[in-house]
Design a binder for this molecule. Structure first.
Ligand code: BGC
Length: 579
């Protein structure tokens, strides 16, 4: 058994002693999270008593990891030079590895980890993410997402482990343990997000309304939070969706009464991106938000708003104290007062081979074999192979959103291995590449056709939403790759790169073998390991798989558990070579 993170001996006394010495300005400062650029000057950190700094999309903190550390050391020194010397939390969206840093190890997105069902592996991946995040100067990650997606139309399905509550709870626990487990030297604070109902909105709209009844809310959506809290998760992020018409950021009953009350969460409730500007700082703080994310462009007026709220009695002083107590508690638990600076010796571990090996194992274990006929798989090493499609040789496309950039990348990035490169390492026969289905390769034995969804994040990926860029089926061009090769009588192995199950019933019929590979990340070689039979398929579907576009007509898409829609494959399905 690993020791839990909440070894609080003496911490509460230290928190109370510090809190009793703080002015209102210093307290409001602790509740403020800023970006590390724009209108925030280095001196603001000191003068406005800032509690935390976030890095996400936007200018990089430096040219390389040493530069990132240097920038954060500079800011930390400012914080430490204040009267009470309270250190900063540095937060980052490291949701599948330290994905904001090019060259880091990129793991499969959570949906792929959900297919592995391997809690030990999820724990290891999180521990590695913690090391690489620390190496780039962070001590807080906004991960794991513990949503239960009901509808594949939601653009964030892949950030969640599974549609199943028990699997999600189990892996959430493992993820928290890996990120902040006391037995690891280099921990970061984890964040269970987005509380609550993010993946269960009507028609899968990001930030939409969740109209789920109380029973399902409590039985299906809450358990992963309970699991994360039992594991000592340091923070929980509020969600942009509404619950029965009430914005979650202003939902006092859920945040204060349920999360902090019945579930006994004693960590930080952080808002989502600039939520104060959408819902008002008074309402969100009164609902129970402790730290306000990304105060940017209006730092003085934000802090003044909170100060006036307290002076006028609109925000109780006790609420401010509760928020600051929670923030200080987590800073003590993380050991930041004793160890506020990043460790330079960790830099060499970013993207290290030992880390990549674990990510490659995760890729192998995440692959779900949906069909295998005519002995299409495993591939023979001496076969004449053609790899088809732009996804076959593009690390950005195989990694999905939240990779290098917020919306992902459509190019190769440092340190990553593409699927084609992985295949080339095994093959002893000729390997040809037909990037866009226009080449006429000379009599291949087998075509490995890689198709999928181009990267997206958040509402950009909603299907039928505002942006309306994505669909439930493959693009015409990708459908054509599969049709054309199968009509030529060539054996076809389809590898699907996607952030969710898609409607591919016809393509599964046309193909000889079909593999759901999710969003594998930087280690494309893990796919070759299994295609060539060096390892067996182990992945099991983390979602039920839809049969037809019509399955999505309802509010909850084909995932709804009322039995009215029969999936093409049930959750848990996955074939094996059987050796
Ligand atoms: C997302 C969060 C993320 C935050 C910071 C928000 O838009 O909903 O998941 O952690 O941005 O980048």
């Amino acid at each position: 058994m690993k020791e839990k993170v909440n070894n609080d001996s003496g911490i509460e006394e230290r928190v109370e002693s510090l809190l009793s010495r703080m002015t209102l300005e210093e307290k409001i400062g602790q509740m403020t999270q800023v970006r590390h650029f724009d209108d925030i000057t280095t001196e603001d950190v000191k003068n406005k008593f800032i509690g935390s700094v976030i890095h996400t999309q936007g200018p990089l903190p430096g040219n390389d990891a040493a530069g990132w550390q240097a920038r954060f050391i500079e800011l930390q020194k400012q914080a430490l030079s204040t009267r009470l010397g309270i250190p900063l939390l540095f937060g980052v969206d490291a949701v599948h590895g330290q994905n904001t840093y090019e060259g880091a190890t990129i793991f499969p997105h959570n949906i792929g980890l959900g297919a592995t069902r391997n809690a030990d592996l999820v724990e290891k991946a999180a521990a590695i993410t913690a090391i690489e995040s620390r190496a780039t100067g962070f001590n807080w990650v906004f991960s794991p997402c513990v949503a239960i997606p009901f509808n594949e139309k939601w653009g964030r399905v892949y950030e969640a482990f599974s549609e199943d509550t028990a699997i999600t709870s189990d892996l959430a626990r493992a993820s928290v343990r890996g990120h902040q487990g006391a037995s690891y030297a280099h921990k970061v604070m984890a964040t269970a997000k987005h509380f609550i109902g993010d993946g269960a909105t009507d028609f899968g709209v990001e930030g939409g309304n969740c109209s789920l009844n109380q029973k399902d809310l409590h039985q299906r959506l809450l358990p992963p939070y309970r699991a994360a809290i039992e594991e000592g998760v340091g923070s929980v992020m509020a969600s942009f969706n509404k619950l029965d018409g009430i914005s979650m950021h202003a939902h006092k009953a859920m945040i204060t009464d349920t999360l902090k009350g019945s579930l006994k969460f004693d960590g930080i409730v952080v808002s989502d991106w600039k939520a104060y500007s959408r819902f008002g700082e008074t309402d969100i703080i009164n609902a129970g938000i402790d730290m306000v994310m990304a105060v940017d462009g209006d730092l003085s007026s934000f802090q003044e708003g909170v100060r006036n709220g307290v002076h006028q009695g609109a925000i109780p002083q006790a609420r401010i104290d509760d928020a600051v107590r929670r923030i200080l508690r987590q800073k003590f638990r993380l050991g930041l007062f004793d160890n506020p600076f990043p460790d330079q010796t960790l830099i060499s571990r970013i993207g290290a081979p030992a880390h990549r090996d674990v990510a490659r194992q995760a890729v192998r274990e995440s692959l779900v074999l949906l069909k295998n006929e005519r002995h299409a798989l495993p591939l023979k090493k001496d076969a004449k192979i053609v790899v088809v499609g732009e996804f076959g040789d593009n690390a950005g496309l195989q990694s999905g959103g939240w990779t290098v950039n917020w919306q992902g990348s459509e190019a190769n990035y440092e340190g990553a291995t593409t699927i084609l490169q992985g295949i080339r390492k095994y093959a002893t026969g000729e390997v040809q590449y037909d990037k866009d289905g226009t080449a006429t390769p000379s009599s291949p034995d087998v075509a490995v056709i890689v198709v999928g969804e181009t990267p997206y994040a958040e509402f950009f990926g909603d299907i039928g939403g505002e942006m309306n860029k994505y669909q439930l089926t493959l693009s015409e061009a990708h459908q054509e790759y599969i049709r054309a090769y199968s009509e030529k009588g060539i054996k076809t192995v389809v590898v699907l790169i996607s952030g969710r199950p898609l409607v591919v019933t016809q393509q599964i019929q046309q193909a000889d073998a079909f593999v759901a590979a999710w969003l594998p990340g930087s280690e494309g070689a893990g796919i070759a390991d299994v295609l060539f039979g060096e390892h067996d398929f182990q992945g099991k579907l983390p979602h039920s798989w839809p049969r037809a576009v019509e399955d999505f007509a309802g509010k909850y898409g084909p995932n709804f558990w009322d039995g009215s829609i029969v999936p093409l494959f049930p959750i848990g399905f996955g074939l094996h070579y059987g050796r």
